[in-house]
Design a protein around this ligand. Structure first.
Ligand SMILES: [Zn+2]
Length: 477
């Protein structure tokens, strides 16, 4: 298999195993662990625990993750080469009470998460995935298990065109019509039984009382548990159709969640591949993947949270000298020195030109599929790319032989944004926005170029390997 196809296939396996941010973090952890990275916890002191040439990762809420390597020649105050991305994608989430019965059907109440193209969720073979909290009856502790039901149990049916008064003009109500059907209504346990079962005090109704009982049973069976042991959960819907190669010559990837699992996969691959030459590295290389970008990043683990600043403060305050007990008492100067020598690549998907809607794109800056990652540029700082950043990345991409493209939005078009501006504002680190081109961003099934995965992996690997030698040549105070 060619290296291009190998990276494309690696991504397909990753995205197929990752229907939620919890699964993204779990699968990133697996890749890092098998590459020799060690897990560290925010709950413990890091003094004396980290070593030069060491490889580590730390998670927050199991939905955001930061992985980093410490160079063999690292000194406090040296720079940090960062790639940032996000783990979440638009989806539908099961409501806290979700059991709906209507016209002989059972349905599940769902809440929209992020700005999905919701009409693409109709007539798809859907299932459930997420995180389920279970009480361990032996220890009395509460543990979470990841859930991914690998068969289509849900569907949001369209209305037959014969009954559609608007005849093809597809508009729908997101509360009442974007609602998945779970089955036909033949509940074996009558509501009277349920009431009789439980007379004891409860703060809120149990999971079994709030959700479809058969569904809760299926969830508990998937996790080898009992329905009554489930304390709570966070479940979202996903399309059971697998991500795959497509197009006449397999030049496309047809897939859910390209935005932004392409970054999660490629950044981690780039970091792992770059660890061969850690001995001579003077800086830290770091990947930060955040939850909650699609809803504004304001949470304890989003890009606007303290997660990345906290980790950077901890790292820059350590001497990396195991014999010294002063390891947490370095001057705060080191933090500021380090930030001014550091750099963030904010990586998120970009818009490739769409042949049937080319009038929606700016005339001269139109990225194409399979032609390399895209510099995202915006005068109003929705993207923070500037010329020193472009000069730096041009140097890095030329060493890695990665072609790059340019994107700017039309003045009469709305523009998306990324985690780039908020990280730049929070930390004062030089930042730029890049991303691989794709079509149909935020559809349940998106399209990107299969050759572009390898290009992005190569770009990140070269960035991690070469950043510290190139950055000192491009200084703007
Ligand atoms: Zn995104």
């Amino acid at each position: 298999m060619s290296s291009t196809l190998k990276q494309a296939q690696g991504f397909l396996d990753f995205v197929n195993a990752s229907p939620t941010p919890y699964h993204v973090v779990e699968n990133v952890k697996k890749q890092l662990t098998s590459a020799g990275f060690a897990c560290i916890s925010e709950r413990l002191s890091w003094a004396g625990k980290l070593k030069k040439n060491g490889k580590y990762f730390v998670t927050r809420n199991s939905s955001s993750i930061i992985a980093f390597t410490v160079g063999g020649q690292y000194r406090p105050g040296n720079g940090i080469a960062i790639v940032g991305g996000h783990t979440d994608s638009p989806t539908l989430r099961v409501k806290p009470t979700s059991d709906i019965k209507k016209d002989g059907f059972t349905e599940v109440g769902v809440e929209t998460y992020g700005g999905g193209i919701w009409h693409t969720w109709f007539d798809r073979d859907l299932s459930l995935a997420g995180r389920v909290f279970i009480r361990n009856s032996t220890t009395g502790n509460y543990e979470y298990k990841l859930l991914k039901i690998d068969r289509p149990i849900l569907r949001i049916p369209t209305l037959a065109i014969h009954l559609d008064k608007e005849r093809g003009k597809f508009e729908f109500n997101k509360e009442t019509q974007l609602r998945p059907v779970l089955g036909t209504d033949s509940e074996s346990l009558s509501s009277k039984d349920a009431e009789d079962n439980d007379k004891s005090f409860e703060v809120i109704k149990s999971v079994i009382q709030r959700h479809n009982k058969k569904l809760v049973k299926v969830i508990s069976e998937e996790l080898n548990g009992k329905p009554e042991d489930i304390e709570d959960f966070e479940l979202v819907l996903f399309d059971t159709q697998k991500s795959c190669l497509g197009g006449l010559e397999n030049e496309f990837i047809f897939s859910p969640r390209l935005d932004n699992q392409v970054t999660c996969y490629s950044a981690i691959q780039g970091l792992i591949q770059s660890t061969e030459n850690l001995q001579s590295e003077t800086g830290i290389r770091l990947v930060s993947l955040f939850d909650h970008e699609e809803i504004g990043s304001q949470s304890a683990q989003g890009a606007d949270s303290s997660f990345l600043p906290d980790i950077l403060h901890r790292l820059t305050s350590l001497t990396f000298n195991p014999t010294s007990d002063l390891s947490s008492q370095l001057s705060p100067d080191h933090f500021f020195n380090s930030m001014s020598k550091s750099f963030v690549i904010s990586s998120d998907m970009a818009h490739a030109v769409h042949p049937n809607y080319s009038e929606n794109y700016e005339a001269l800056n139109r990225p194409k599929l399979n032609a390399g990652p895209v510099f995202k540029i915006n005068a109003n700082q929705r993207y923070v790319t500037n010329s020193p950043g472009i000069v730096l990345m041009k140097n890095i991409a030329s060493i890695g032989k990665v072609p790059m493209q340019l994107f700017v939005i039309r003045n009469d078009s709305p523009c998306g944004s990324t985690i780039g501006p908020m990280i730049a504002a929070k930390l004062g680190i030089r930042t730029l926005d890049i991303g691989n081109p794709q079509l149909s961003m935020h559809s349940i099934r998106e399209t990107c170029g299969s050759k572009d995965i390898e290009q992005l992996v190569n770009l990140f690997r070269t960035y991690f390997e070469k950043y510290t030698t190139i950055e000192s040549k491009i200084i703007v105070d």
